[in-house]
Design a binder for this molecule. Structure first.
Ligand code: ZN
Length: 198
């Protein structure tokens, strides 16, 4: 019989976070219970709140509390440009460059056959629908310059071009193996301006 079932549950839950092993999870749990019970309450409430309120935008797939996110609902954005990124963090990075005023589609991942992540998992049908709405004139592939990001861009490029869409890829201001989240805004801005036909 387990004596500390709730403690075990807490440690197990913390272990689910990326980069957190059993030892760190245990340290975090002890820290919260002993020194920061207020923080623990905050963590619990934030988790419940996020779980009930946050879902995917109907149009671009990013996280939002509304059916359609603020960016998609903004009439000032240029609906003829659709920038495809892997994650909401990448979307924020592109926004920070202040060079892009179009709309987005967030894949929420990348193709990775070795991990069993195929086209369905990156919401390809939703992307094709979005890109084929009659308003989009150019799809900019801004996936990472990693092997998987490049393979994803290639696959998306072929799929979208087969439907008669104009597809461009970010220029290589971004280093090989680079992830957008960790590239400085200036480099990413250059890459956006120098984008090329995919
Ligand atoms: Zn949206």
């Amino acid at each position: 019989m387990k004596i500390h079932a709730s403690l075990d549950d807490l440690i197990e839950a913390l272990r689910r976070l990326p980069g957190v092993g059993p030892k760190s999870a245990q340290r975090m749990a002890y820290h919260l219970l002993q020194h920061d019970r207020e923080g623990l309450t905050q963590l619990g409430l934030a988790c419940t709140g996020a779980l009930t309120k946050i879902h995917h935008c109907e149009l671009c797939n990013t996280f939002t509390e509304q059916p359609v996110c603020e960016t998609c609902a903004n009439p000032e954005r240029d609906a003829s440009l659709l920038c495809v990124v892997e994650t909401p963090a990448d979307l924020l990075m592109v926004e920070q460059t202040l060079t892009f005023h179009g709309l987005y589609f967030v894949l929420m991942g990348r193709l990775s056959p070795l991990d069993g992540i195929g086209p369905k998992d990156i919401h390809i049908t939703k992307l094709v629908q979005r890109a084929s709405n009659g308003l989009v004139k150019e799809v900019i592939l801004a996936t990472n310059f990693t092997n998987e990001g490049e393979a994803t861009a290639h696959y998306l490029g072929e799929t979208l071009k087969a439907r008669g869409l104009t597809v461009t890829r970010l220029a290589r201001g971004v280093p090989v193996g680079g992830e957008l989240e960790y590239v400085d805004a200036g480099t990413l801005a250059r890459a956006m301006l120098d984008r090329r036909t995919a």
